[in-house]
Design a protein around this ligand. Sequence first.
Ligand SMILES: Nc1ncnc2c1ncn2[C@@H]1O[C@H](COP(=O)(O)OP(=O)(O)O)[C@@H](O)[C@H]1O
Ligand SMILES: [Mg+2]
Ligand SMILES: [Zn+2]
Length: 504
Amino acid sequence: MGYAKVRSVALHGVAGEVIVVEADVAPGLPSLVVSGLPDAALSEARDRVRAAVHNSGAHWPQARITVNLLPAHVRKHGSGFDAAVAIAVLAAGADLPIARLMNTVILGELGLDGTVRPVRGVLPAVLAASRAGYRFALVPLGNISEARLVPDIDVRATDSLGRIIGYLHETENLLDPVAEPLPPQAPALDLADVLGQERGRRAIELAAAGRHHVAMFGPPGAGKTMLAARLPGVLPPLNDQEAIEVTALHSVAGALMPGSGLIRRAPLQAPHHTASVASLVGGGSGLAKPGAISLAHNGVLFLDECAEFASGALEALRQPLEEGEVRLRRAQGETVYPARTQLVLAANPCPCAKPGGKHMCECPSIVRRRYQARLSGPLMDRVDLQVDLDPVRSAALVATEPVEPTAVVAGRVLRARAAAIERWGPHAASNGEVPGTLLRHHRFRLPRPVVRPLTDAMDRGRLSARGFDRAIRVAWTVADLEGRERPDVGDVREALELRSRTAR
Ligand SMILES: Nc1ncnc2c1ncn2[C@@H]1O[C@H](COP(=O)(O)OP(=O)(O)O)[C@@H](O)[C@H]1O
Ligand SMILES: [Mg+2]
Ligand SMILES: [Zn+2]
């Protein structure tokens, strides 16, 4: 009979907090009460923990057991506390010595047979423990490689509850497997594969340099999907902070490959047009799973055949895109995930999707108009780059001139990004994120002759005020790529020309 406590980590979103798991074992009718705001999964944990203890050959105290998770106000989701609960109960009631767990957090779900199973979110959990000053983390074997990505904390693993018990009795060792060498990362798809299609290649370069959302319209086979898949390779590699954020989100989603390192390349997510709102923005019971928009944090969200997405799905993306984060409101409170992503939209200009483009289309105009309407709306309003792609010309496919590879384009993109960061300072991280008010601030307002192509287009009713701002943003990116201090009239003309299709 007695009292014991150990540490684990609770996650809210990608933020972790070290919690105390305490157990008290008192004489009385055998029972187990778990308190401390546990969610449904935690009450299920009672039976799981008891069975796991039995099946590990340990003795479950026949007494009145109280388990408490502190602090009480922290929401606790999921099954990652099982192992900590089992150890606290055994230490309080069965004289399991836990001196060796000083300064240690314990993570892991128990199977009924006493195995310790991997859990989601180990990277952010161990990160929180390290930041809180803990020196050791005991994690499921299947999670050890992601736990080891965290600096300044010693990580050990276990495959079973029995092994932890053996370790505490000093009859067994924890697991510390030699790290497998990282599998070589598949090279990014190269822009050199895309022949001809100068407009498309230019749109991808501008999108990368200015962090602009981009929409590509064109017949099947024009290379839209090919181009979108090559954007991450053109984007700057993630810095340490970004890499941790992205890897943590993938960890919480349970989407990390075992043995993979930090995610260093801008991620690409390409949800199918039948994807549910929950899979796009996140959701689910227990610890909510990040959706595609958060898995694309610091990267690219590619909506192929975007006209086919349900309007509710597109609508659900709008606010997160604007705020750079997703707020998932649920009964137990709100979970926030980062979602700073760049949209790439692709669509056929018409529902018939004739390979020859508009020349072969025989759709009634009402059908065309209804389809076009689906390609406009509030989401499209935020897309700075909207380009029409022609079918690839046969000449391009047999041409022998070398095509510029990703490495060369990415170099220009890096320099352009640096110029923009220096110019906007703390006000915006990229041209695509500059608010309209800043564009018109006297320091950055472009002289009348420079914006003449835009004012002319507006006067002729071919450009809206929103379209005006979007073109100016793109013009800054054109100038940054050219190494020019400010956009000139040629840059503005290119920006306008690149959105000739939907001159709204
Ligand atoms: N510009 C291009 N250069 C080289 N191959 C291309 C090009 N455009 C299309 N292709 C070929 O056609 C296939 C389909 O292209 P894809 O990107 O899927 O077109 P879309 O998404 O516009 O329908 C590609 O896998 C590639 O083999
Ligand atoms: Mg395609
Ligand atoms: Zn058609």
